[in-house]
Write a protein that binds this ligand. Structure first.
Ligand SMILES: Cc1cc2nc3c(=O)[nH]c(=O)nc-3n(C[C@H](O)[C@H](O)[C@H](O)COP(=O)(O)OP(=O)(O)OC[C@H]3O[C@@H](n4cnc5c(N)ncnc54)[C@H](O)[C@@H]3O)c2cc1C
Length: 395
């Protein structure tokens, strides 16, 4: 048991999910994660095994074939997977958070009943297509058009950086119906990947991290989808995106806690055993102080993540808590990965140890599902509220 293990303070339900995910991470992911990263290989086999272990659908309601796990349990799962393999944790955030959560809650029943069991079992793969070359943080700037035509809509445009985009069997595609309405003009449609009019290419360039993930550029040319395949008409496209992103962001934050923990545990172990100048390096004050700072930051991150999850489990609004957790946990994990490499000296610089992979992977966690700056924008808006000019002012 690690020093902070007893302080997880998880109820039995979440502790059981955590143990299941930890066993999966150790038995299935740990033996292959480095080779998958080196080869840049996405594995459908790992996806199927995730499904068989019940980890993809863990947080879905039992009525949708899910495990009815609490949000706290879902965070514990993300922490365990994230501690071992960032690419698989990233896959899970997309498949479970960005795709399955909105699909189960807001897709037409026939489509939900067709796709949810396949996605949950890992037989099918899903992707969520929001980002465009000119619309990253600013979703209202989307240029992909959605034009009604009889019983169909026609989609034209381009998406980039879509996780699972090249391997997905089904995609949630977002586009604009009226550019003057910005985010209020967005709509979301469920698109089977074999629909004519969809081209997919790998992203050009080699990614810094998440190398065992699939990231694609998607081009839609006159792609025709029945209007009946619209997801969440009552919510609007932005509402569907936000529903997925709030789940996904919490998963990202919990995954960052996993990376942070892995970096701290490796650093403690190394600082206990590595000797220089006749003593354990951990007994040098500067090294001990680094470990102490990493430990406190980890505790703060996990508390923020668990607070956001507990609010969700109580049915309370957790938007503020999720943004705070994502901002703190991802930035702290990036700092911890840097400190861990430094503390391991030259060993940390090689992929013999997983630390450099954690550092490369965790950088992306500060970017996707809302960059750190965007989390600050959200938090500042929540703190300040709307500007209500004093009576009589001209503003
Ligand atoms: C590994 C990976 C996986 C991804 N997977 C997906 C996916 O599955 N689906 C998908 O749709 N997208 C995906 N993305 C894209 C990701 O969501 C975007 O990269 C992200 O939203 C940021 O958009 P951008 O890269 O265009 O940066 P920009 O929005 O152009 O931002 C550039 C910089 O400007 C800052 N900035 C922007 N606006 C503001 C503001 N208002 N205030 C202060 N600073 C601001 C940002 O913080 C950032 O530092 C993925 C990206 C990566 C790296």
């Amino acid at each position: 048991m690690q020093p902070h293990d007893q302080e997880y303070d998880l109820p039995p339900e979440a502790a059981a999910w955590r143990a299941r995910a930890a066993a999966f991470a150790q038995n299935v992911l740990a033996p292959v994660a480095r080779e998958a990263d080196r080869a840049g290989r996405f594995s459908r086999d790992v996806v199927r095994q995730l499904g068989q272990a019940g980890l993809i659908g863990a947080a879905l309601p039992a009525s949708a074939g899910g495990g009815a796990a609490s949000a706290l349990a879902a965070c514990a799962i993300a922490e365990e997977i994230g501690a071992v393999d960032g690419s698989t944790r990233g896959f899970l955030a997309v498949q479970a958070g960005l795709v399955l959560a909105p699909l189960v809650a807001h897709a037409p029943a026939a489509l939900r009943d067709h796709w949810a069991p396949r996605l949950t079992s890992g037989e099918a793969i899903g992707a969520c297509a929001l980002t465009e070359p000119e619309a990253g943080s600013d979703l209202g700037a989307m240029r992909t058009t959605i034009r009604p035509d009889g019983d169909d809509v026609v989609i034209d445009g381009e998406k980039v950086w879509i996780t699972n985009g090249g391997v997905a069997d089904v995609l949630l595609v977002f586009g604009q119906t009226d550019p003057t309405r910005k985010t209020r003009g967005l709509e979301c449609y469920l698109v089977a990947a074999d629909t004519p009019g969809l081209e997919r290419q790998p992203m050009p360039g080699r990614e810094l991290g998440h190398r065992a993930s699939d990231h694609a550029r998607l081009v839609f040319r006159g792609l025709r989808v029945p209007k009946a395949q619209r997801v969440g008409p009552a919510l609007g496209g932005m509402g569907v995106a936000m529903l997925g992103l709030e789940d996904g962001r919490l998963n990202v934050a919990a995954g960052a806690v996993g990376v942070h923990r892995a970096c701290l545990e490796a650093s403690i172990q190394f600082a206990r055993t590595r000797r220089q100048f006749g003593q354990r390096i951990g007994d040098f004050q500067q090294v001990g102080a680094t470990l102490a700072s990493m430990d406190v930051a980890l505790r703060a991150s996990r508390l923020l993540v668990h607070q956001a999850a507990r609010l969700k489990d109580r049915g309370l609004d957790n938007g503020h808590a999720v943004s705070a957790a994502k901002l703190h946990a991802t930035e702290a994990a990036l700092a911890a990965a840097t400190q861990a490499i430094q503390l391991h000296g030259s060993r940390g610089y090689s992929d013999e140890l997983p630390l450099e992979r954690h550092w490369r992977d965790v950088m992306a966690l500060t970017i996707y599902e809302g960059t750190s700056n965007i989390q600050r924008v959200i938090l500042a808006r929540m703190l300040l509220g709307r500007d209500e000019p004093p009576e009589g002012s001209e503003a």
